[in-house]
Ligand binder design. Structure first.
Ligand code: COA
Length: 287
């Protein structure tokens, strides 16, 4: 375990530590995004981040910030809680908790920041999806569609269409830590622009045919559920063909319920098919 100092290049190999801790050192770094990306890099899957940092209420004016610096030390890179949460999510962390502690006045507070790198099986890492994953993500998508049991779609979209339809902060891949090869992905779309449905998303999950039944779907979906809850998602829904036993079992194992059967909802290769509407209501977000 190493302290995460003001610099952002931590002299440790990838996935080499179980925990990253720091008490009021990370606030010396003005580039929180880079510091958090380093923390994510050096942690093993399932590893934990726990740092004491400084957060601000809104954007305090420079005068107030200077006054606070006199009392707390450097606060130059300090962020509002919501922005801090977004940076942790962008780095790939889930299970985020930011608990304010001492109030230093002038809108500056100490806070305990905790988060987890998603757990994954041996030799795998779950991380946010990148544009450079596009061809592998779409190939896995196509392989799933080719089974005829994953979706009404038959042809995977272009990357442009894929990316435009999905929320940028709720897409993850499981990748081989050695080769970087993508083994599966999960992503979500907003179901409605109406504010009342702001916390309702619809997701898809696809695992490479050569990698199925090794717990990758479970790890991806678990990370996605946690990330959704961090981001304020209270309901995740999806449509599943009744014949898709693997998908149904996976989702039910992770807290989804079958709301009902939508009968002969659409035609797939000319055949009318039923779709099970499944959903998972969070008991954490929107409780
Ligand atoms: C559905 C899918 C994502 C599951 O991913 P996976 O990595 O194979 O699943 P996991 O190995 O994590 O299995 C998780 C659970 O799902 C269930 N499961 C997995 N494969 C199964 C199968 N063939 N039959 C029945 N249950 C199965 C098991 O309950 C398993 O739990 P267990 O490990 O405690 O036994 C994968 O099969 C897939 O990509 N299918 C093609 C695309 C698709 O249909 N996507 C879903 C669209 S709704």
């Amino acid at each position: 375990m190493k302290d995460l100092g003001g610099g952002v290049d931590v002299p440790l190999p990838d996935r080499s530590v179980d925990a990253v801790i720091s008490d009021r050192v990370i606030n010396l770094s003005e580039d929180r995004a880079a510091a958090l990306a380093e923390a994510f890099r050096v942690l093993r899957p399932g590893g934990r981040l726990g740092v004491g940092d400084v957060v601000v209420d809104g954007e305090p004016d420079p005068e107030r910030r200077r006054a606070a610096e006199q009392r707390v030390g450097r606060v130059a890179g300090a962020l509002p809680v919501a922005a801090y949460r977004a940076l942790l999510a962008a780095a790939g962390f889930v299970g985020v908790r930011i608990v304010p502690t001492a109030d230093h006045g002038d809108g500056v507070r100490s806070a305990i920041v905790q988060a987890v790198k998603p757990a994954a099986g041996e030799g795998l890492e779950i991380r946010p999806m990148r544009a450079s994953d596009a061809s592998q993500v779409l190939a896995i998508y196509q392989a799933g569609l080719d089974t005829g049991q994953a979706s009404f779609e038959t042809i995977a979209p272009s990357w442009e269409a894929f990316t435009a339809a999905r929320l940028p902060h709720l897409r993850y891949v499981a990748a081989d830590t050695g080769t970087g090869q993508v083994a599966g992905w999960v992503a979500a779309s907003q179901v409605s622009a109406r504010p009342v449905y702001a916390g309702v998303v619809e997701h898809s999950i696809y695992v490479h045919p050569g990698c199925q039944a090794h717990g990758i779907g479970r790890a991806l979906l678990s990370a996605f559920i946690a990330a959704g809850e961090d981001a304020g998602v209270w309901t995740i829904q999806s449509g599943v063909f009744p014949e898709n036993a693997a998908s149904l079992a996976l989702h039910q194992a992770l807290g989804f319920r079958v709301v009902g059967t939508r009968e002969r909802l659409g035609r797939h290769h000319g055949v009318w098919r039923d779709v099970l509407l499944i959903e998972r209501r969070s008991d954490v977000t929107g409780a």
